[in-house]
Design a binder for this molecule. Structure first.
Ligand SMILES: [Zn+2]
Length: 257
């Protein structure tokens, strides 16, 4: 199957499906310029002198937040500030699909909020989000700027003085229960699953993908992915380019503004 044929096949599947779910990973955001964690240009391999003494997983771990909060917040502010990042063609295409009734919702591992920025409504963020933050003691909620713009090494709660942390799932922490439960519910209802921007090597996306027993499976990823043997369509290409071709062909491709 060449690319045009794959895109036609994807459109045919979407049109005959009644409950389509998109399960996405870091590859969806890399086209907006956000580095993923482990690939060659990813955060994991970025050399940052001040943080050389620590493993990257440690810098984004619950242990680091508790034991070395000043290091945690310095690393977090420097590497995870996505406030000014803009959605790409993949985000806009998925938002257009939802608006047109062709997509039930999105399950994402990304914490940047770009799907919502593009206009998507049903987004389950199974690793949390940088956009919500809370006091670790009294639970008071804080907006995204509170942490990124704070002049304190460790941001403190205005009410009780304890640490304010992002609602992002760190290494060593449980996934946010409600988002993960919603995600499982969607996976069980789906008769079409689109997996994009993740190689399904490890973790929660892989677990969710294995829970899927619906009719059709579409995989879009630049590199090879596990589960390709079970897929109806596999495309190794840019997710933004593929999804916007799909929405163009379906006549729903207007970009959100
Ligand atoms: Zn507090």
């Amino acid at each position: 199957m060449n690319l045009d044929q794959s895109i036609e096949k994807i459109c045919d599947i979407l049109e005959e499906s009644s409950y389509v779910v998109f399960l996405g990973g870091a590859g969806v955001s890399t086209e907006s310029g956000i580095p993923d964690f482990r690939s060659k240009n990813g955060l994991y391999h970025k050399k940052q002198k001040r943080f050389m003494a620590f493993r990257p997983e440690y810098l984004l771990s619950n242990e680091c937040l508790r034991k070395k909060p000043e290091v945690f917040f310095e690393y977090y502010r420097e590497n995870l500030d996505a406030r000014n990042v803009q959605p790409n063609a993949a985000h806009y295409a998925l938002a257009a699909m939802e608006k047109a009734g062709q997509l039930e919702g999105i399950i994402t591992q990304n914490i940047d909020g770009l799907h919502q920025k593009a206009g998507s409504k049903n987004v389950q963020e199974i690793h949390g989000t940088i956009w919500e933050n809370h006091c670790m003691s009294c639970g008071k909620a804080y907006d995204v700027n509170y942490i990124f713009d704070s002049r304190e090494e460790v941001p403190h709660c205005a009410e009780c003085g304890k640490t304010v942390r992002p609602d992002v799932t760190l290494y060593g922490e449980m996934l946010p229960g409600r988002a993960y439960d919603n995600a499982i519910g969607m996976i069980r209802m789906a008769d079409c699953l689109i997996i994009g921007g993740t190689s399904l090597e490890v973790g929660s996306a892989a677990q969710l993908a294995h829970m899927y027993h619906g009719k059709s499976l579409i995989i879009i990823n630049k590199s090879k992915t596990r589960m390709e043997g079970k897929a109806d369509v596999v495309v190794h290409d840019s997710i933004g380019a593929v999804l916007s071709s799909v929405t163009d062909l379906m006549g729903i491709g207007e970009r959100a503004t």
